[in-house]
Design a protein around this ligand. Structure first.
Ligand code: CA
Length: 587
């Protein structure tokens, strides 16, 4: 009964939204069930990337055909890591080099295009990518590589406001999709390799006024309505001296929103510099050099930016295991409200949603070397001999002992989002099986310069595959099936009530797998590597699927031996839209 009322209410809200063509908080809150639209990155602010649509299903997916394709144009290609949004007959999609396009979703015709004028000297660490836009009211919002947040009129592409998030000359940039909650546009920052301070920022969606900020590194002050609010953590509790002033913890992947507990969840990247020996002395397990809240997930009150809870995945992080990966709210098989997140460090964590408390963790890649497991409190059991050595004690005076560490710093899983199926109760996790030689070096902070104190070379762990899409049971950590791919996986995953799991490969194929078995049911070659995030929606009673194709991202830039292995892959930049023709929507 309640479900019926909710459905009717959703339909009324949807029709009201169509009439006004204004995206409301209700549209955002119900995105996961409103199948005629995709108005949030993650297909719902809980980031499940699950569609209840089953018009397209295991029995008819072989009839999925291209409807149109759209070129992002020009000479600006490189990695296309974005997720399209669809609302009121228009697709909004961001491209590399801070571009945004509005496209007629029926025909593929361009309505308008916005090109940010980027200054010389921007410092994006990991390709000139953008991961998507947000829409709310009459505006579409996205971030630019020079660390600005731009609001455009959805109808015309005209600039409504344009705000500086942070100083690009100090290494700040912005690449994530913004998150809109209760009229605030909430964003993070990038630049953890330059000794920036990770921060979550909330802007008024109407006028772009900064409402609050919350730094992720202890000792830094938050703000609320232009005044200092509270300090993050306790000064010098887990950071020595002034290291917290350049402590990293970038919030570069953005966040999720759990409506049930009214909590924003943002991840914080690596502490800076990478060389962990420079971030404090003391016992590795007494907590005094954990470097909070880097490499952590942080629960934040959306009204004022106060920290509600934190969970650190890698204390005293020393391998660039950023703690930014997306936190997905779900309800488990026993009806309990949980979060799940698959960390760069190779472990899949389940937390409770009330306070971020640890529930369980299991490996989701094969050869984790830096820790032997996770203890009952959620703390890693370190294998200290596999930590890159201290250069201060090195015989040659400037390079510590090299170790082989797995996963590599690009992670058991990197930014590419997983999906959760309400149908199977499984998470579909895009992972990579690779390791690295890594060593530490001395380094001092210099504004706008890389602040690592480490060197590294990434290597494949297996001859025949690096990419590995796994179906994982969040009750047990068990892998139900694995799909192996030669090149590393670097794009998002989506799953549907039709029993399908969609994702793309660097080799260029968009695939649909059987959600129960991992069997390939359909594939299409898009002409360039896919590192984008697929979506699906319903229009005129037919189901559509879209993904953006265009190879790039961090792997070609940072991938060492893996980059050489995949250097034959071609760049591109195209939006692909597929549909199931009505007459073929049967077995
Ligand atoms: Ca990092």
């Amino acid at each position: 009964m309640n479900r019926c009322i909710a459905a009717v209410t959703a339909a009324l809200v949807a029709s009201a939204g169509m009439a006004q063509a204004q995206v409301t908080e209700q549209d955002l809150a119900n995105d996961q069930t409103m199948t005629t639209q995709v108005v949030t990155n993650g297909m719902g602010r809980h980031l499940q990337r699950y569609s209840p649509l089953d018009i397209l299903n295991r029995d008819n997916v072989q009839n999925l055909f291209p409807a149109w394709a759209f070129s992002l144009g020009g000479e600006k290609q490189r990695g296309q890591e974005t997720q399209p949004l669809v609302y009121d007959g228009v697709m909004y999609v961001t491209g590399s080099y801070s571009r945004l396009y509005a496209i007629d979703v029926k025909t593929g015709d361009e309505l308008w295009q916005y090109d940010a004028r980027l200054p010389e000297g921007i410092l994006p660490c990991c390709d000139v990518i953008n991961r998507g836009a947000a829409i709310y009211g009459d505006n579409v919002y996205f971030g630019t590589l020079d660390a600005r947040l731009v609001a455009l009129d959805r109808k015309t592409g005209d600039v409504v406001w344009n705000k500086k998030i942070a100083d690009y000359k100090a290494g700040y940039s912005y690449t994530a999709a913004p998150l809109v909650v209760d009229g605030k546009v909430i964003v993070g920052n990038s630049g953890g390799e330059f000794g920036i301070v990770g921060t979550v920022y909330a802007y008024d969606a109407e006028n772009g006024d900064l409402v609050w900020t919350r730094p992720t590194i202890e000792g830094n002050m938050g703000t609320l309505n232009g005044e200092e609010s509270t300090m993050t953590g306790t000064l010098n509790a887990t950071w020595p001296g002034d290291m917290w002033k350049t402590g990293g913890g970038a919030t570069w992947l953005g966040g999720s929103y759990d409506a049930d507990t009214d909590t924003l969840v943002f991840g914080a990247g690596n502490p800076a510099p990478w060389n962990s020996w420079l971030r404090g002395a003391g016992d590795v397990n007494d907590g005094t050099r954990d470097n909070l809240y880097a490499a952590s997930r942080i629960g934040i009150d959306p009204s004022n930016g106060e920290i509600k809870w934190h969970f650190q995945t890698t204390p005293r992080e020393g391998w660039d295991y950023d703690g930014v990966n997306e936190v997905v709210a779900f309800t488990d098989a026993d009806g309990n409200r949980k979060f799940a997140t698959a960390d760069r460090n190779g472990f899949f964590y389940v937390l409770n949603r009330e306070d971020g408390g640890f529930v369980g963790a299991w490996p989701f890649v094969k050869d984790i070397s830096w820790a032997s497991g996770i203890d009952e409190n959620g703390r890693p059991i370190f294998v200290e001999e596999n930590r890159p050595g201290n250069p201060a004690g090195a015989a040659d005076g400037d390079k510590g002992d090299t170790v082989f560490a797995s996963p590599s710093f690009l992670g058991g899983k990197n930014w590419m989002p997983m999906a959760y199926s309400q149908k199977t109760g499984l998470f579909y996790v895009p992972s990579n099986e690779w390791g690295m030689d890594i060593w530490n070096e001395p380094v001092t902070y210099k504004k706008g310069a890389a602040y690592l104190g480490s060197g590294f070379t990434i290597k494949p762990n297996y001859e025949d595959h690096i990419g590995s899409l796994k179906a994982i049971d969040p009750m047990t950590g068990e892998w139900k099936w694995e799909y192996r791919n030669e090149a590393p996986l670097w794009g998002g995953v989506m799953t549907t009530a039709g029993g399908l799991v969609f994702f793309g490969t660097p080799e260029g194929e968009l695939l649909a797998l059987d959600d129960e078995t991992g069997e390939v049911l359909w594939k299409f070659q898009t002409g360039s590597g896919i590192v984008g995030q697929p979506i699906t929606w319903e229009m005129d009673g037919e189901q559509y699927v879209s993904v953006v194709s265009g190879w790039g991202g961090a792997v070609p830039l940072w991938g060492g031996e893996v980059a050489k292995k995949v250097n034959y892959l071609n760049q591109g930049g195209s939006v692909w839209v597929f549909k199931l023709p009505r007459q073929l929507a049967r077995n």
